[in-house]
Write a protein that binds this ligand. Structure first.
Ligand SMILES: [Zn+2]
Length: 165
């Protein structure tokens, strides 16, 4: 499939889809692409059996919850309300499979970059919060809102609460 590249605007983005059967999760579609014009790389992932538009609310109560699996499609927003963190979808958003800890690392990496630029106290406090959370020292809520219903969280010890959007 050839489509518009979000980086350079050409029609050179070639995307290939792969279907995987993952234990405990089910069928998952992984899309990877590369732009023939500018070299931009694209990845997305979604569950094969789309659900209704939904909000997935996952509570992290203990360190083991950080090992829960997260499938975030590019259409989904991730929020951690306790610290006011948000990862939004958009034309250049990528999907990924990771763990809750992996999501925390993504936020931490962005903050490390931002705090270097700004050096402000709020930024550094947030960064410290993410470091503690990665070490299992914070309880929090991970919320994924997906209007296409193709994201999921597979809890290690507890399952998420699902609300329709
Ligand atoms: Zn391109």
């Amino acid at each position: 499939m050839e489509t518009t590249c979000p980086a350079c605007g050409s029609k050179g983005l070639v995307i290939e889809d792969y279907l995987y059967d993952m234990p405990e999760v089910g069928k998952v579609i992984l899309s990877t692409g590369k732009c023939r014009v500018c070299g931009y790389r694209y990845t997305d992932v979604r569950i094969a059996e789309a659900k209704e538009p939904r909000r997935i609310i996952f509570r992290v109560e203990e360190p083991e919850d950080l090992n829960s699996l997260v499938i975030r499609a590019s259409t989904a927003t991730i929020r951690i309300p306790e610290i006011g963190a948000e990862m939004k979808p958009g034309p250049a958003a990528q999907g990924f499979i990771t763990t809750v800890e992996g999501v925390l690392h993504m936020f931490k990496d962005v903050l490390e970059f931002l705090c270097q630029e700004k050096k402000d106290k709020v930024c550094i406090a947030k960064l410290e919060w993410f470091k503690r959370a990665i070490d299992g020292g914070e309880k929090f809520t991970l919320i994924i809102e997906d209007p296409e219903g193709v994201s999921m969280v597979k809890g290690k010890k507890r399952e998420p609460v699902i609300e329709s959007l």
